[in-house]
Design a binder for this molecule. Structure first.
Ligand SMILES: *[C@@H]1O[C@H](CO)[C@@H](O)[C@H](O)[C@H]1NC(C)=O
Ligand SMILES: *[C@@H]1O[C@H](CO)[C@@H](O)[C@H](O)[C@H]1NC(C)=O
Length: 267
C-alpha cells in the first residue's frame, strides 16, 4: 500500500534535499520564537465560536482578559489556558512566570521580523497589478506595493520550489475577497511566504490564505476562512468561526514520522 505516510516521507526527503541548494528570491526572514505561535497578538485575540486553531496562541503585553470567546480553562500551573477551539495552549502576559517573559521575547522577535521584512530594498516587482493581484501567478522575489492589495475574485497562485522565498511588502491594507484563495504551487512552503502589511488585513468569508502574516495593525478572518501559517499581529486578531493551522507543527510531526521505525523502513 502506497500510503499517505509514504508520500509525506518522500516529500520531506525532497524538502531536506533541496533545502541545501540556493533559493530564488530574497533572504529568508527570521521569525525567532514568534514562529512557535500560530497566532501572536499584542492587544487582543477574539473568536466567535466555533473556530479551530492548531498551534499556540499568545497575547502580550495585554493579559488574558483580552482573550474573547474562547471559554478558557486555566491550567493548575497558572502558566497557560486551554480552549476547545485550540489544539495547543493559550498564553497571556497576565499568566504565571515564565509565560510573561516567553511572550515578551516572542513579541520582540515578531517586531524585529516585521522591521526586517518591511525594510528590504530593491524590490523585484513594484506596484504589480496596481495592487489587484487576483488571477496572477507569482514567482519568487521581493514585491512592493505603496497601496493596498486585494486578492480576488480569481485566486492568486504562489509558484516556486520548497526553498524559494517570497516577501510581499504592502503599505496599505490586504483584502482577500470572499471565496478567493491564495494557493501554493510547485512545493512552495507557507513558511517561506511572508506578507508584511502596514494596514489592516481582512480575509473575507470563505477565503483561504497561506503564509506568515506580519501585521503592523489588526488581522480579521471572517466566517469560514481558513489559514495555513502564522498570524503575527502588532494589534489584535479577530476570528469568526475560522480554521488556522500552523505549519511548523505539521513539519515537526513529519520529522517525527521520519524518525519513526516504520518510516525508516519504508521511506
Ligand atoms: C483590551 O482590554 C481593554 C480593557 O482592559 C479594552 O479597553 C481594550 O479595548 C481591549 N482590546 C482588545 C483588542 O480587545
Ligand atoms: C479593503 O477593504 C476595506 C474595507 O473593508 C477598504 O477600506 C479598503 O480600501 C480595501 N482595500 C483594498 C486594497 O481593496
Amino acid at each position: 500500500m502506497f500510503s499517505i505516510l509514504n508520500v509525506v516521507c518522500l516529500s520531506l526527503w525532497a524538502f531536506l534535499g533541496v533545502a541545501a541548494s540556493t533559493n530564488l528570491g530574497p533572504a529568508s526572514v527570521n521569525l525567532g520564537t514568534a514562529a512557535n505561535f500560530a497566532i501572536l497578538a499584542e492587544t487582543g485575540v477574539s473568536t466567535v465560536p466555533q473556530s479551530s486553531i492548531t498551534g499556540d496562541v499568545g497575547l502580550s503585553p495585554f493579559g488574558a482578559n483580552n482573550f474573547t470567546g474562547f471559554s478558557l480553562t486555566l491550567d493548575s500551573s497558572g502558566t497557560f489556558a486551554t480552549s476547545s477551539q485550540v489544539t495547543g495552549h493559550l498564553l497571556a502576559a497576565s499568566y504565571t512566570a515564565p509565560t510573561p517573559a516567553t511572550l515578551e521575547t516572542a513579541v520582540s522577535d515578531m517586531q524585529a521580523a516585521y522591521s526586517d521584512a518591511a525594510s528590504r530594498v530593491s524590490p523585484d516587482f513594484s506596484e504589480l497589478g496596481g495592487g489587484a493581484i487576483g488571477g496572477l501567478v507569482l514567482t519568487p522575489g521581493l514585491y512592493k506595493w505603496t497601496t493596498g492589495v486585494s486578492v480576488g475574485p480569481a485566486d492568486v497562485t504562489i509558484s516556486g520550489t520548497s526553498s524559494d522565498i517570497f516577501i510581499f511588502q504592502i503599505d496599505g491594507t490586504l483584502n482577500i475577497t470572499s471565496q478567493s484563495s491564495v494557493t501554493l504551487a510547485g512545493g512552495v512552503l507557507a513558511s517561506n511566504v511572508i506578507w508584511v502589511v502596514a494596514g489592516v488585513v481582512t480575509a473575507n468569508p470563505g477565503t483561504h490564505v497561506e503564509g506568515v502574516i506580519l501585521a503592523q495593525a489588526s488581522v480579521t478572518l471572517l466566517t469560514g476562512a481558513t489559514m495555513n501559517g502564522n498570524i503575527l499581529a502588532q494589534n489584535f486578531v479577530a476570528l469568526q468561526a475560522v480554521s488556522v493551522h500552523i505549519f511548523i507543527r505539521l513539519f515537526l510531526i513529519l520529522l517525527s514520522l521520519v524518525g519513526h521505525p516504520w518510516c525508516r523502513r519504508t521511506c
